[in-house]
Write a protein that binds this ligand. Structure first.
Ligand code: NAD
Ligand code: MG
Length: 387
């Protein structure tokens, strides 16, 4: 029996993790969970799972829930997150918080010798240099939940001693994959949120449309699999069936395929190295699909991808700037305050204005993340004033 903490339980990944755990109750015991502000969904989840400790963002929600469920312990804020990421009895922390907010709980969980099932890719993007060191130092496992990275991880099983020649990182292309750059002018939030293959949280769905998601995943792959950026090749694969692949020195390409279902990647991270039945999992019917297609991404069309390679190759604090600026610009777009194409424009401006820190500490990263967000807000306010 594995004892689990689920961070971000009310999100898309969090709820699918609950689904996996409920279907394998003989394998998994969810000891603790965290949520943001969706208290209604949190309550439904508490009633299904009956955890021992629950963390929310606000003290007021914490007090309300404590009164209603006296047999459960409720905690709140960053202190509460740290507490549930480090509980003695917990073996593995599944981090499905969205954004930079997932960084500190990951660090504290590793320092408490917990294995990490990582959905929160932003953690590795901003602090890959720190996380990979901590993982080695504390002898814990860092298991990918992102479907592409799970596919690469699965492709590497039994090949740990063989050198990777190339990683083929597949991308659906997001909601606007068939639009030219000119056609992206004036696209709406609703259109951007309409992803062709996956149902996900709002931030990552917009990131898929800009391709910042793929850019973040390039950096995530660099840290997870210890490869150079030149070894990571992005392929547009609209069917989302080949979830990614690895080419070895002998030119053999090994990949992982399946119907798009995040529960598989979540479950594999939790049951690794074993495989278990995926309840209601849909088998892949290749004859029904008939063909799979692949093409190189156009880096001018998907400028966000160029920015991500630039940030990754430069390293230091630049990925943190890209990430923080993108989180803010992504939010402003969802709030209807900026245009779609302004997202990458603002991220690029923030990257250009930043003074690089070569080997940033956690405290420096916290400041740089805030600086990038403030920079984007200031840019928008100044533009509004000028108009
Ligand atoms: P989501 O928006 O659906 O859920 C996010 C969760 O984090 C919610 O429980 C929310 O309450 C919580 N949260 C948000 N801000 C918080 C904060 N400041 N402090 C504490 N908790 C906070 O997001 P999602 O789509 O489930 O994605 C979660 C992570 O997994 C992201 O990093 C995303 O890139 C990654 N991921 C998601 C998918 C997917 O299919 N959804 C696939 C691959 C990777
Ligand atoms: Mg992915």
């Amino acid at each position: 029996m594995k004892n689990i903490t689920i961070l971000g339980v009310t999100g898309s990944i969090g709820q699918q993790t609950v689904d996996v755990c409920l279907h394998h109750q003989d394998e998994f015991n969810v000891v603790a969970m965290s949520a943001g502000k969706n208290i209604v969904l949190l309550e439904t989840t508490i009633q299904k799972i009956n955890p021992q400790v629950v963390c929310v963002i606000d003290e007021k929600d914490c007090n309300y829930l404590q009164e209603k469920y006296p047999h459960i312990r409720f905690v709140f804020g960053s202190g509460g997150l740290d507490e549930i990421a480090t509980i003695d009895q917990v073996d593995i922390v599944l981090n499905a918080i969205v954004g930079f907010a997932g960084l500190l709980p990951t660090i504290h969980a590793i320092e408490s010798k917990k294995d990490i099932a990582l959905a929160n890719k932003e953690t590795l993007v901003v602090a890959g240099h720190i996380i990979t060191k901590l993982v080695k130092e504390h002898g814990v496992k860092l298991l990918p939940v992102d479907s592409e990275h799970s596919a690469i991880f699965q492709s590497l099983q039994g090949n740990e001693k063989n050198k990777i020649k190339r990683i083929l990182l597949t991308a659906s292309g997001g909601s606007f994959r068939d639009k030219t750059r000119e056609e992206l002018v004036g696209v709406s939030v609703k259109e951007a949120l309409n992803h062709p293959n996956w149902s996900m949280g709002a931030k990552i769905t917009i990131d898929s449309a800009t391709l910042f998601n793929k850019g973040l995943e390039v950096m995530e792959a660099k840290w997870l699999f210890d490869v150079d950026y030149d070894q990571i090749e992005v392929l547009i694969h609209p069917e989302s069936i080949l979830h990614s692949a690895v080419e070895f020195e002998d030119t053999s390409v090994i990949g992982q395929m399946g119907t798009p279902d995040m529960r598989l990647a979540i479950q594999y991270a939790l049951t690794y190295p074993q495989r278990k039945k995926l309840i209601n999992g849909k088998s892949l019917d290749l004859t029904q699909l008939g063909s799979l297609t692949f093409k190189k991404p156009d880096f001018n069309r998907f400028h966000a991808l160029s920015l991500a390679y630039r940030a990754g190759k430069t390293g230091g604090s630049l990925p943190c700037v890209l990430n923080g600026a993108n989180e803010m610009a992504n939010l402003l777009f969802r709030e209807g305050k900026i245009e779609f194409l302004q997202i990458e424009e603002l991220v690029e401006k923030a990257m250009n204005a930043h003074e690089l820190v070569k080997d940033p500490t956690i405290d420096q990263l916290l400041n740089i993340d805030q600086w990038a967000r403030d920079f984007v807000l200031k840019e928008i306010n100044e533009t509004c004033r000028r108009l």
